[in-house]
Design a protein around this ligand. Sequence first.
Ligand code: ADP
Length: 191
Amino acid sequence: MLNLILFGPPGAGKGTQSEQLIDAYNLKHISTGDLLRAERKAGTELGIKANEYIAKGELVPDEVVVGMVRNFMKEHSSSKGFIFDGFPRTTPQAEALDNLLSEFGAKIDIVLGLEVIVDELVKRLLLRGETSGRADDQSEETIRNRFKEYQTKTLPLMDYYTKKNSYVGVNGMGEIDHIQSSLREEINKVL
Ligand code: ADP
């Protein structure tokens, strides 16, 4: 199995880069943001509850997202591996992921951190908000709150994975294709 995490702040390009990587390496894409939005669209209790957090730019409780990821992995247990996008976002989520993967006899092989400056991130998110219809991309206040959550709860994971020797930072500014090549270069080193 090949299991990788695309790490980085909101708007860093994790979703865009994941799309190309899943085809290239034949992996399953797990985006907790996408899974949560699908739940909301289906009108499930989980989706409605989660949307209260999403609308404020706050993180959804750990047990909710971990449960979703566990279900997804079980449903796709014959997969060659997973790309985790927007998950884990907290230390308890990272620990839960380690435990889940160990049930598969697997581990995180590499954490690719997309590095982008904040001004560029805000610009990208507001632009995405114009076309995606995502309410959380249309309010600068919600965007700022998501960055705050990222700084306090998610950024410590950089240290968590650096200690495990799995974190690699990649420049997330510039051409999409160029960033994709940089990511593949790093992945190919651990294959
Ligand atoms: P972005 O990376 O642009 O913030 P996502 O689609 O990954 O977009 O996430 C949208 C929102 O969904 C987050 O602001 C948060 O409220 C919620 N969310 C997504 N993934 C997680 C997670 N792993 N833990 C907690 N909340 C999450």
